[in-house]
Design a protein around this ligand. Structure first.
Ligand code: ZN
Ligand code: ZN
Length: 147
């Protein structure tokens, strides 16, 4: 096994080829995963030149002296606003046994923040499911509104 799932503390999200995702290019909506072949900068977290966001092959550009980069980093501009995690991934985290420890942690944090009765993660999952069902390619705009 290689680098299937990790955590990017810069963008605060799960990364690795085990994580299904949407291209971070504004308005794209292509399905990718957060493996090394899709990362801006060619290494986890983006290395020296990249932003560390994840893009489909249409939105990663090759350079002579720099690694694969997104449009923004190719032009040395500010990175894109990341797209939200896809519903299938959020669902996986909330149901799969391998994420039990994470869920326990989340619950502790939520209870501390929201009080005993709150179940905000369920609402989040509901909202993402509705978004996923609303269709492909709409996630980026809504994601920016959330961020
Ligand atoms: Zn970039
Ligand atoms: Zn794309």
């Amino acid at each position: 096994m290689g680098w299937s799932i990790g955590y990017d503390s810069t963008w605060q999200r799960d990364i690795g080829y085990g994580v299904p995702a949407t291209c971070d290019h504004h308005g794209c909506g292509a399905r990718i995963d957060r493996g090394l072949s899709f990362v801006c900068g060619g290494e986890p977290y983006g290395g020296e030149h990249g932003c560390g966001l994840y893009f489909c092959d249409k939105h990663l550009f090759m350079h002579a002296r720099r690694p694969q980069l997104c449009e923004r980093c190719s032009n040395r501009k500010k990175p894109f606003t990341p797209t939200p995690d896809v519903y299938t991934w959020v669902h996986h985290k909330h149901t799969h046994p391998s994420w039990q420890e994470w869920r326990d942690e989340q619950e502790k944090v939520e209870r501390a923040l929201m009080g005993e009765d709150a179940e905000p993660m369920d609402e989040l999952v509901e909202a993402q499911r509705a978004e996923a069902e609303a269709g492909e390619g709409v996630g980026t705009k809504k994601g920016e509104a959330i961020a």
